[in-house]
Ligand binder design. Structure first.
Ligand code: ADP
Ligand code: MG
Length: 282
């Protein structure tokens, strides 16, 4: 099959290795793959062997009770937290480690930066810089971390702010915005990095119900655009609406996973049934 594809590109005059390479990365290699992840805080083992795969365009939702390990998995995935066992692969490239067990840390700082800058994280509490305007917030990382041209970044930042519906808020400070607007600014900031995937940690939990909807609408539009996303959420309606795959975590393990229709419509595990019946449906 691979040979056939290569021959096809050569036949139509596209024998550029780059195109051939991109074809394979795009279609067969997951953007993010977590294999047998284990993570402990001291004696407390919180992730006990978890596998998660997100191909390009997948929207994977992580659900489960508070303390089940959802945030920890996201933080391990973008290497904000160290983990003791298991592999994390970004576009097929495995994170290099040095040391073992509690002493295990990433071995290659450049690789960490490359992976982290390709996985934009959106937090529950927005984490915008209070002393910068919204436009400066969105421009900061592409300019200072990626070293991109300031004018180009500004043009993109304005576009992304427009896209999330706050194009008129470029010059105000975070404190002057509602929670929903701040979260949309944080999403624009994530998008301006032009990452391969977006990681959301309870993006609507800090918002009043009426402001939640405007953020959900933006996340939904990103899903429809085919962006690769990992979303930790307590919002089962959103998870059911936009996910391609849902993972239910219980005490650091995957208790059940599947397509949203099946998982929400016909849960198998008693724990998942219990969890779903205790969750408020909007
Ligand atoms: P969730 O996001 O599903 O609510 P977390 O991933 O935040 O769960 O937490 C999983 C477990 O790890 C919980 O028992 C929590 O108390 C513990 N935990 C999280 N962060 C830390 C930390 N920095 N130090 C010690 N324990 C932590
Ligand atoms: Mg959490």
């Amino acid at each position: 099959m691979r040979v056939a594809i290569a021959e096809f590109f050569i036949a139509i005059g596209l024998n550029d290795k780059k195109i051939y390479g991109e074809y394979h990365v795009t279609d067969t290699t997951p953007v993010l793959e977590i294999r047998d992840l284990h993570k402990a805080y001291g004696q407390l083992e919180v992730i006990k062997g978890v596998d998660i795969t997100a191909h390009k365009g997948d929207v994977v939702s992580l659900i489960g009770s508070s303390g089940s390990g959802k945030s920890t998995i996201l933080r391990c995935a973008n290497l904000l937290e160290d983990s003791q066992q298991g592999e994390i692969l970004f576009q097929g490239e495995a994170v290099k480690w040095k040391g073992d067990g509690m002493a295990r840390v990433p071995a290659d700082a450049k690789q960490v930066l490359r992976i982290r800058t390709n996985l934009s994280m959106v937090f529950q509490q927005f984490n915008l810089w209070a002393h910068m305007t919204i436009l400066q917030n969105v421009m900061e990382a592409p300019v200072t971390v990626l070293g991109r041209d300031k004018e180009e970044v500004e043009a993109k930042a304005r576009l992304y702010l427009e896209k999330v519906g706050i194009g008129d808020k470029c010059d105000v400070y975070p404190a002057q915005l509602s929670g929903g607007q701040q979260q949309r600014a944080a999403i624009a900031r994530g998008l301006c990095m032009e990452p391969q995937a977006l990681l959301f940690d309870e993006p609507t939990s800090a918002l009043d119900p009426e402001l939640e909807q405007e953020v959900i609408k933006v996340i939904k539009s990103l899903a429809e655009e085919g962006r690769t996303m990992l979303i930790v959420t307590h919002d089962m309606k959103m998870a059911a609406d936009i996910s391609s795959h849902v993972v239910f975590l219980h005490q650091g393990l995957i208790e059940e996973e599947g397509a949203p229709d099946r998982l929400f419509g016909a849960p198998k595990s008693e724990r998942l049934k219990q969890f779903l019946s205790s969750t408020v449906h909007v």
